[in-house]
Ligand binder design. Structure first.
Ligand code: PSV
Ligand code: MN
Ligand code: MN
Length: 398
């Protein structure tokens, strides 16, 4: 058995280092295809989105980067936006491209049968790389909506060849200290086939590109019942897990708050990260094995800044529990074939109330132990509601 006091100290040290990246689009209004409900105080531009994200960092101490989506976060001067982020206490994180809102992409973007459309989609990434250079971002993130709705609609194999070629061209645009992270999703918006439906397809393309290409695992992008922690293990073994898009799902790509639907799954995922010593955050070697813990969420009915704070603290709780697993006892039980004993060790950690440990962590960082209450008491929400009129939708208002 490992000494509990030293496990606790190690957990506190690791938690102090953990960072979680926030998506700019979490701060805009969002909804479903039925209705987008507005929220008072919603940001009117990318500068205000960053100001709101900085609040999440100010109260949690572990969310120092904001991911941008281009062109949702279009501004004239990206250096000014990065300076605003720095003045607010945060930095610009990943740059997400957008291949899903242009009429030209009806039949695909990087896989489109028409070379001109593919060239347009590649050129959009050159624009994104310029934003990376201006903001100091080191990661270009791609999610592809490409796919078909009917058997025979297009040639599955040709589409893979076109995709490989387009990705090569994008990879060639990157600087030496940049990396490309490639997301997968099993369906939607296409329903018969998707061109990057799973981690295996994403991994194959990344392996073909080079060592600075990594896979993004969005927790909402799997069929129900998928063992996501197993995918985490495989990608970590290959040194190709680049980032998480954390969120919760009940049905499909629900983008609800991380840890809300299935905190046990989140714990199991983070345990595999801890088990592989992959928790350490930036700065990472672009070809190295650093994993970016990002949120990819939308707050349709709940308040946005508190929704992000809750998501961050849910991930911290899962991480704290994962760090408390008595790994020596677990290994001993596993080697002895003690099935129930091994399961007990894991469940003991999961059942621990880690809220006091996290309160201690925050106090040691000079923060209020209760970030939700502290944000509420700060008066920021009332201030932006009074100051900002006409806040925008998460994406389409860019
Ligand atoms: C669409 O499914 C999506 O939610 C992907 O998860 C991307 O990461 C996100 O949009 C932003 O492009
Ligand atoms: Mn995502
Ligand atoms: Mn998604």
């Amino acid at each position: 058995m490992t000494d509990l006091a030293s496990t606790r100290e190690r957990a506190l040290a690791a938690l102090r280092e953990q960072t979680i990246e926030l998506p700019s689009w979490a701060f805009g209004n969002s909804g479903t295809r039925f209705k987008v409900f507005g929220t008072p105080g919603t940001p009117r531009d990318p500068f205000e989105k960053i100001s709101d994200a900085a609040q999440v960092h100010a109260f949690t101490g572990v969310a120092p980067r904001v991911s941008l989506h281009i062109p949702w976060d279009l501004v004239d001067d990206y250096e000014k936006l990065a300076a605003h982020a720095a003045d607010s206490g945060v930095a610009i994180g990943m740059i997400n491209s957008n291949l899903f809102q242009d009429d030209a992409y009806k039949f695909g973007s990087l896989t489109h049968p028409d070379a001109q459309v593919r060239a347009k989609a590649v050129a959009h990434h050159a624009q994104c790389v310029d934003v990376m250079r201006a903001t100091g971002s080191k990661e270009l993130k791609l999610w592809l909506p490409d796919g078909t709705n009917y058997p025979g609609q297009d040639d599955l194999r040709d589409r893979q060849e076109r995709l490989a070629d387009s990705l090569q061209q994008i990879y060639a645009l990157l600087d030496e200290d940049h990396r490309l992270v490639l997301e997968y999703k099993f369906f939607e918006p296409a329903f018969y086939h998707t061109d990057i439906p799973d981690w295996g397809t994403s991994l194959l393309h990344c392996l073909a590109l080079g060592e600075r290409a990594k896979v993004v695992l969005d927790t909402g992008h799997h069929a129900p019942g998928t063992n996501i922690e197993f995918i985490v293990v495989q990608l970590l073994r290959a040194g190709r897990l680049g980032a998480f898009d954390f969120n919760s799902r009940f049905y499909a790509d629900d983008d609800l708050m991380a840890g809300a639907a299935d905190p046990f799954q989140l714990f199991r995922i983070v345990y595999e990260i801890v088990r592989s010593n992959a928790l350490a955050p930036q700065p990472w070697d672009p070809a190295g094995s650093g994993v970016n813990f990002m949120l990819d969420q939308c707050h349709n009915v709940e308040e946005k800044i508190p929704g992000q704070i809750r998501s961050v603290t849910n991930i911290q709780q899962a991480t704290a529990k994962a760090l408390l697993v008595d790994r020596e006892a677990l290994t001993a039980a596993q080697r002895a074939g003690d099935v129930l004993g091994a399961n007990d060790v894991l469940m003991d950690a999961y059942s621990t109330d880690v809220r006091p440990l996290l309160a201690e962590l925050r106090e040691s960082m000079g923060l209020d132990p209760d970030p939700m209450a502290a944000f509420k008491a700060s008066g920021y929400a009332a201030r932006i509601a009074a100051e900002r009129v006409g806040g925008r939708q998460a994406g389409w208002g860019a």
